[in-house]
Ligand binder design. Structure first.
Ligand SMILES: [Zn+2]
Length: 215
């Protein structure tokens, strides 16, 4: 968020590495899915060499901001095969949002002009599992960890604690709820109405590496 020239200046169409900017939401989504398929197939285009960092050092024209979980098995740039300057990443436990998360996404839209906001949940999410367990046990964690549970709880309650597949269904419900919340971020409704931004939800499979779009 510092250093390089703001992307909004003079509607630049190329970044310092001479990479054309993706401006249409559908194209940004297609690129993330294509990148994920490259990752799954074992043929990623992008490594994380310092030369790639240097090529992007003069400016950034990211085509998406992705909100994901802190889970160490879900590194977003890797699973979407994206290079330096391509995507903004926000992560929190169970992709729970707070004002800092919302502000970061708003900044990506208003200042960096990203055309896509994606929420990425994942299977066997520890934060969702912990919320299911806390509600079943009636034992909410104290303090800051309890905040995560409180924010995920509505999705779990919507699914129902008696459902044997509650953790997976709740994770998907939580992704959808988060998508709805991000559609309300300052500046996003107008951008969506103008066709400049889309908000998508998806789920990552730890075993296969595949990203599945939720519709
Ligand atoms: Zn998780």
């Amino acid at each position: 968020m510092t250093g390089s020239s703001p992307a909004e200046q003079a509607a630049p169409v190329r970044d310092a590495s001479d990479r054309a900017r993706i401006v249409r939401p559908a194209d940004a989504l297609a690129e993330l899915i294509a990148g994920n398929r490259r990752f799954v197939s074992g043929r990623p285009q992008h490594g994380h060499e310092v030369s790639a960092a240097a090529a992007a050092s003069g400016g950034q024209l990211p085509h998406a901001v992705v909100l994901g979980c802190i889970d160490s098995r879900v590194p977003l740039e890797a699973i979407f095969d994206q290079t330096f300057g391509s995507i903004c990443v926000v992560r929190s436990g169970g992709h729970v949002v707070d004002r800092a998360v919302l502000g970061s996404i708003g900044f990506a839209v208003s200042a960096l002009r990203v055309p896509l906001i994606m929420v990425l949940g994942h299977v066997r999410c520890g934060a969702v599992d912990a919320t299911v367990q806390a509600l079943r046990d009636g034992d909410r964690p104290d303090g800051d960890v309890g905040y995560l549970v409180d924010e995920i709880a509505p999705a779990v309650q919507a699914v129902g604690l008696d459902d044997p597949e509650a953790p997976d269904k709740a994770m998907r419900a939580h992704v959808r709820r988060t998508v709805h919340r991000l559609r309300e971020v300052t500046g996003v409704p107008a951008a969506v109405a103008a066709g400049k931004v889309a908000v998508a939800g998806a789920v990552y499979d730890l075993d296969t590496g595949l990203v599945e779009l939720l519709t």
